[in-house]
Design a binder for this molecule. Structure first.
Ligand code: AHR
Length: 326
């Protein structure tokens, strides 16, 4: 029988499917051998904001400090490219992959491919759909912030400090990403318990400054009575300030701006009175990520979830803490 390209495609697709089935059935995530030094991958989602740059810098600094080789990729905002990046790391024979999955579902095949190749994956900062992949089985663990709690904390601050400002526009992060899903859930659930508050519009600004500005401009035109903007990250909050000013209003006085991330620029804007409050999302992953890999190689039991502590900034502490913001 002549083997055609079609046969090869069919059989490789079948092999991949079988590998996925095998990996879903096997109980434990791939092991990491104990070695003096490692070659590890870090698959970043994009590099378009200070938070991402701080996370990458923290990972690179830690790799350098330990003398580990770091294979770094930047998916430039494309989940498809991030899947290809992980596949390339597998082909390069890395010992372990640190993955910041851009969205919850599209990166599942990459996790399963790494598992099929016997390479452990540690998820950083963003999580994946928990009905499709499991910590301790398909990947080792998730290290990051509690995004639901971040949304809750900013909503609770608003409830306590609103001073009559109760008409809310919400700028969501990247659709399908765990921070967008969870920050929305945390915030909306708290607000739902306070009927005097109303979320009049909620739309994605894709975690990006200019998109956040454009969406905020449109929503402020549609809802001129809005007096609170809750942005799922600093970039969109800073874009929203421009939109508020373009509407002839004063950020911090006419419209309260609330944010998540806590980069230096945003904390300075809290000091300046333009942003009312920011929950930090801690981007300093390096030490914890590499320590966790070593603990895993040593055979220690790794919890399914490893949480980063997050700071909170408002007018009461922003000036004092500004120098500690990333
Ligand atoms: O996953 C964390 C989020 O992703 C940060 O809030 C955001 O700024 C980044 O792009």
């Amino acid at each position: 029988m002549t083997i055609t390209r079609r046969h090869l495609l069919i059989s490789s697709a079948a092999a991949a499917a079988a590998a996925v089935l095998v990996s879903r059935a096997s109980a434990a995530a791939p092991p990491l051998a104990k070695k003096e030094t490692y070659k590890v991958g870090f698959a970043q989602t994009e590099s378009n904001n200070p938070w991402r740059l701080a996370q990458t810098a923290s990972m690179q600094a830690e790799a350098e400090k330990r003398g580990w080789q770091l294979v770094y990729t930047d998916a430039a905002g494309s989940a498809a490219k991030q899947v290809a990046d992980v596949n390339s790391m597998i082909a390069q024979g890395v010992d372990l992959i640190f993955l910041a999955p851009r969205e919850e579902k599209p990166l599942i095949p990459a996790i399963m491919a790494a598992k099929g190749a016997n390479i452990p994956v540690i998820l950083l900062d963003r999580n994946v759909d928990q009905t499709l992949a499991t910590a301790g089985e398909d990947y080792v663990t998730f290290i990051g912030s509690n995004f639901i709690e971040e949304g809750q904390r900013i909503a609770e601050w608003l409830v306590a400090n609103a001073n009559g400002k109760t008409t809310i526009i919400e700028l969501e992060g990247t659709t399908g990403s765990s921070p967008a899903n969870d920050r929305k859930k945390g915030f909306d659930d708290v607000i739902a318990q306070h009927p005097e508050f109303k979320i009049v519009a909620s739309q994605t600004g894709d975690f990006a400054r200019d998109k956040g500005r454009q969406v905020a401009e449109t929503l402020l035109q549609a809802h001129p009575d809005a007096n609170v903007i809750y942005a799922h990250n600093d970039e969109m909050a800073i874009g929203a300030i421009a939109a508020v000013e373009a509407a002839g209003k004063v950020a911090g006085t006419d419209v309260l701006i609330l944010s998540i991330d806590g980069g230096k620029e945003a904390v300075q804007l809290v000091v300046d009175g333009k942003i009312a409050a920011v929950v930090e999302c801690n981007p300093r992953f390096g030490p914890k990520a590499f320590d966790t890999a070593v603990a895993y190689a040593n055979g220690e039991t790794i919890p399914a979830l490893i949480l980063n502590p997050d700071q909170f900034y408002d007018a009461s502490n922003a000036a004092e803490l500004l120098s500690t913001a990333y």
